[in-house]
Write a protein that binds this ligand. Sequence first.
Ligand code: ATP
Length: 335
Amino acid sequence: MSDIRISGLTKRYARGAAPAVKDVSVTVEDGEFFVLLGPSGCGKTTLLRAIAGLETPDTGTVHLGDRDVTALPPRRRDLAMVFQGYAVFPHLTVAENIGFGLRMRKEPRADVDAAVRYAAGLVQLGDYLDRYPSALSGGQRQRVAVARAVAVRPSVLLMDEPLSNLDALLRLSFRSELKALAKELHTTIVYVTHDQVEALSLGDRVAVMRAGEIVQCGTPMEVYDRPVDRFVGGFLGTPPMNMLPGEVFGGRGVAGIRAENIEASTTERAGALAGRVRLVEPLGSQLLVTVAAGEQDVKILTPTDFPAGDGADVWLSVAPERIRWFDADTERALA
Ligand code: ATP
């Protein structure tokens, strides 16, 4: 079993400083794709490094399967990692880099070659096997690091923003491949990102972190549809959830409403919120429309043939069950 159990983990970098990770307890299931998501500085990397053994926690424990690895150095934890400052060996070719871990394990030559070709294909470096890293772009080097980690078919794989240097298209295709591969290999993956789209698309579960703590942990749909507080609602989704004062839609607290759940009409409707189109941003498959409604700007998503341009009057409505209410003071979800 390759589950990861983290219990009461706290890490401070300096005495008296705020903890980078604060009393985190969470279990990553065997074979799960687990994403740590949150804004810069919230402690994602620190938590990942503590799992890897690159940081020693002040308190708390890390178990891999039934082993307490808290006191073990990284090389004895039996996991593979791809970190931001990915290192490839400059004196080895792409193929030699990717096959490095397998050769260390003294696997048969034919098996190493097959695994290298497979992993290289996965990151679309099949045509670069004989090149040296000095003749690669930053993104290509990063892909070598990913392929090297994947090639050993690890039972636990830790990844910190592994796609950060890739262009949008490559990121997208690699994201799909990585997800398929994780399922095929039954690898337990902990994946750090601040990109919420990446988090939702990759994760079996997503842990949203803020200021060293996990504020919500759930399936992508849970954290997206049922954020536990305003922070999570605002962090996930493009655009972020609209936050409207209660009186707008007649409830107490703050109404959190996703742009795609707002229906817009160009004719007046009973009970709808009247507003005026302030800005239209084409997104390709949809329009992102900013509507000024009284004091408030409301973001909505419409089909591309939405008939209202700048300055047009529109009426907005939302099904009551699509509203997520938050306490105005504590910012916690009310339902
Ligand atoms: P990012 O997305 O920007 O990489 P993160 O969520 O991964 O951020 P961490 O790198 O874990 O965040 O940092 C958490 C906090 O710990 C931050 O306030 C950071 O400044 C601090 N920190 C991280 N590494 C060190 C260090 N080596 N020494 C001192 N403070 C550190």
